[in-house]
Design a protein around this ligand. Structure first.
Ligand SMILES: [Fe+2]
Length: 239
């Protein structure tokens, strides 16, 4: 992600029990317009788990602060980091967590921990954590919030409206399989999974948790029957 191409006021809206989402500005990713989305989970002790933070403006900050104290800043894959520095600056007491590859990529950001397959002590028992591994290109982390039965899936499920990308970008996005009715990870990422068994195991572990809701960063959310959306998004891997 790089340049912001479209701005709108960012609002936090409830999406499940102790779970909120906010859509941020549309950003340019290698000239492709990508909408952005974050989620906030309030943990049992009142602390906030902030996932894939979008651009922080005064309105969003006031809404987040009204929910509780920001304690954990979490990026789900190494492509998501653009807005993190502003959050680290705004919330110096929060712990920051790097997905595989991000610590090396953003040496300018202070990370307190690197994410793996075991949930961090700060949210263990409330949020499950599963690494989607097996790709030589990109590794991302799934999260599952038990209380709201919500799966947070960053980039591995994408499905854009037919007219979202224009011209040659639309052509490439259709080839990539991320334009409706297509759904899933972009084709080059799918092809980069040299260990499909490891990836399948991760998706099966997520499905076994019984997700009801799904929050993807760049696709419509599912408010119910989340497992169906995940099965469609990963049909290329599961079959
Ligand atoms: Fe993304």
């Amino acid at each position: 992600m790089s340049v912001e191409v479209q701005s709108a006021r960012t609002r936090l809206v409830p999406f499940g029990e102790e779970l909120w989402v906010a859509d941020g500005p549309v950003c340019s990713f290698y000239s492709f317009p990508y909408p952005t989305r974050m989620a906030v989970i309030r943990l049992a002790n009142g602390e906030l788990f902030v996932w894939s933070p979008v651009r922080l403006d005064a309105d969003l900050r006031a809404e987040v602060d009204a929910l509780g104290a920001v304690a954990h800043l979490v990026e789900p894959n190494a492509l998501h980091h653009l807005f993190l520095p502003d959050w680290v600056k705004a919330y110096p007491a929060a712990r920051t967590y790097a997905p595989p590859g991000l610590k090396k990529k953003r040496r300018d950001i202070r990370f307190d921990a690197e994410l793996g397959d075991a949930p961090e002590p700060g949210w263990a028992g409330q949020i499950e954590q599963i690494v989607l591994k097996g790709s030589v290109m990109l590794t991302e982390i799934f999260f599952f919030h038990y209380k709201s039965r919500t799966a947070l899936i960053c980039d591995s499920i994408q499905s854009f409206p037919r007219n979202w990308f224009k011209g040659w970008r639309g052509f490439l996005a259709r080839i990539d399989g991320i334009v409706q009715p297509g759904i899933g990870a972009p084709r080059e990422w799918r092809l980069s999974f040299i260990n499909r068994k490891a990836a399948r195991t991760a998706v099966e572990r997520l499905l076994a948790l019984g997700p009801e809701r799904v929050v993807p960063c760049h696709s419509d959310m599912a408010a119910s029957k989340g497992g169906e959306l995940i099965r469609r998004g990963f049909a290329w891997l599961l079959h």
